[in-house]
Design a protein around this ligand. Structure first.
Ligand code: FAD
Length: 501
């Protein structure tokens, strides 16, 4: 093999996590190469975004205007047929006080377009983007990851060397074990998703017509995502014991699920399933939630689905991917600039990332717990009471990783209590709001006042405020932790951060 090409940073994977990390590192003048095994535009699921990605990270990447100009469906929030109310209810991003105003929306995106846009933007920012280049393995020198072996488009094997490798190669990552950890799967969120696309489906009444609709039925739940005026992404999330049925006939499983869910069935009356082109295929994905026990080791950091994944009901995947990319970029930039020791910089990366994952996990478990269909196996198996036996252990181990890395993030001894309290908060808020609903269902204020939801939103708001307003000063998120530099691209010690509002 020839002499390895030398870079400052190698990013593996050109999805939202990889493009984000690569761009923000290249912006600091570092030499960054990004390899992706596919040629873009390439298909990916995960079409419903959150405002923190659209207005926060995209603004930091310098791509917000281009995303706006792409004409994606504007998503003002989510609509749910969930819990005991037979009517759908909504949450609107505008209900969060910090988000209300011009940035209180996100987009429903065709991921082929969105991801390609982010990748081309990375190239414009100086990243050496190499498509059809599949990473084979990490190269190590003792305990340290020092490079990556990959197959170039012509089929020849090559080697890249760098001071840091960012693994953003998604759920099928071949590199994540190089960080020294292993994937821990949640027993609670172990679902299979079967999904396809429809032309001519109905829309919720305006102004909720761009919302994602999530509708529970006895055997699981369906998503309904308006991608354009006429194209809709529809997926059924089912228990893993449906695997044989799905592999016997994907289309029949999807169509039968739709028939079992009145609100989606009615919206698709008169619609036609797309049967040609990229959207013509019915796809299946295991959407088991997992987190890797180590997010970094000397020379390598994991971001996006390579690090962790969580159930899609709240559309958090791309947010966690772009957030992880931002956190990793800050750590790499601080270390390469010689400003912080690796332990300090990547301890902050892992602590913040785990915290965000843990809060979503808690929020989602509480949300699943609200669905009252005790007679259905899907819902019964996902009651928090059942979960506390096995899954709480996994959850505690997860957050215990954060505990050891960065002071007291979440105290495991208080978890069980917090868990049931969160579930009750949410259920109560939704029930109360259900009674007070306006016709357009906008009074989901109480849901957003639930403490666990406030927790989730706070960090996202910070990212967004930073994107929109530029330099802001934040307190450390964890005791003894670091804060972002005024431009949001590195970490600094809190006492070194300039005081500003
Ligand atoms: P990816 O987008 O998967 O990108 C990884 C890239 O790495 C790919 O381009 C791939 O080609 C490349 N790669 C892989 N292996 C190699 C290799 N060996 N060498 C080089 N390159 C490689 N998220 C949301 O935000 N909203 C949703 O509505 C949503 N719905 C979902 C529904 C389902 C059923 C599932 C399963 C997930 C959903 N998600 C959703 C999650 C979302 O799909 C992911 O979290 C997101 O795509 C992760 O981005 P990423 O950049 O980490 O990885």
């Amino acid at each position: 093999m020839s002499v390895p090409e030398q870079f400052d940073v190698i990013v593996v994977g050109g999805g939202p996590a990889g493009s984000t990390a690569a761009t923000l590192i290249a912006d600091q003048g570092h030499r960054v190469v990004l390899v992706d095994k596919q040629r873009f535009p390439r298909y990916q699921i995960g079409e419903s975004l959150l405002p923190a990605t659209v207005h926060g990270v995209c603004r930091l990447l310098g791509v917000e205007e281009e995303v706006r100009a792409a004409g994606f469906t504007v998503k003002r929030g989510g609509s749910f047929r969930w819990g005991t109310s037979p009517e759908p209810w909504n949450f609107l991003f505008a209900l969060s006080p910090e988000l209300s105003g011009p940035t209180s929306y996100a987009y429903q995106v065709d991921r082929m377009t969105f991801d390609h846009l982010l990748l081309k933007n990375a190239a414009r920012h100086g990243v050496d983007v190499r498509e059809e280049s599949a990473a084979l393995a990490a190269v190590t020198d003792g305990e340290r990851v020092t490079g990556v072996r990959y197959t170039a488009p012509g089929g020849e094997e090559r080697e890249l060397a760098a001071r840091w490798v960012v693994d953003a190669s998604g759920n099928g990552s071949r590199l994540h074990a190089a960080a020294g950890g292993r994937r821990q799967y949640s027993e609670f969120f172990q679902n299979l998703a079967v999904f396809g696309y429809f032309e001519g489906g109905g829309r919720l009444p305006a102004p909720d017509d761009g919302n994602i609709l999530c509708a529970a039925f006895d055997e699981g739940w369906l998503w309904y995502i308006p991608l354009s005026d006429t194209l809709t992404s529809v997926g059924a999330v089912l228990n893993r014991d449906q695997a044989a049925r799905i592999s016997a006939d994907r289309e029949a499983t999807l169509m039968e699920s739709i028939q079992r869910c009145a609100i989606v069935r009615d919206m698709l009356a008169g619609a036609v399933r797309v049967t040609e082109g990229t959207y013509g295929e019915i796809r299946v994905r295991k959407d088991y939630s997992y987190s890797t026990t180590r997010f970094w080791a000397p020379g390598i950091a994991l971001v996006g689905d390579a690090a962790c994944f969580i159930d899609p009901v709240f559309s958090t995947g791309v947010h966690l991917a772009t957030y992880g990319g931002l956190l990793a970029a800050r750590s790499v930039n601080s270390v390469l600039a010689g400003e912080l020791a690796e332990e300090r910089a990547f301890g902050e990366f892992e602590a913040r990332y785990r915290r965000e994952y843990a809060v979503f996990y808690e929020f989602l478990a509480a949300f699943y717990d609200m669905q009252q269909h005790e007679d259905s196996y899907f819902w019964k198996a996902r009651k928090v009471t059942n979960m506390q036996a096995g899954d709480m252990e996994a959850f505690t181990t997860l957050v215990a990783g954060a505990y050891s890395a960065e002071a007291a993030l979440v105290r495991p001894d208080t978890l069980a209590e917090r868990f049931s309290a969160s579930s009750a908060d949410l259920a109560g808020a939704v029930e109360r709001t259900g009674a007070a609903r306006t016709p357009s269902g906008e009074r989901m204020t109480e849901l957003f006042r639930a403490p666990v939801v406030v927790d989730v939103m706070t960090e996202m708001n910070q990212i967004q405020r930073r994107g929109v307003g530029g330099a802001i000063t934040e307190p450390p998120l964890v005791e003894g932790g670091l804060v972002p530099s005024p431009d949001g691209r590195r970490w600094v010690e809190p006492e070194a951060a300039p005081a500003s509002g």
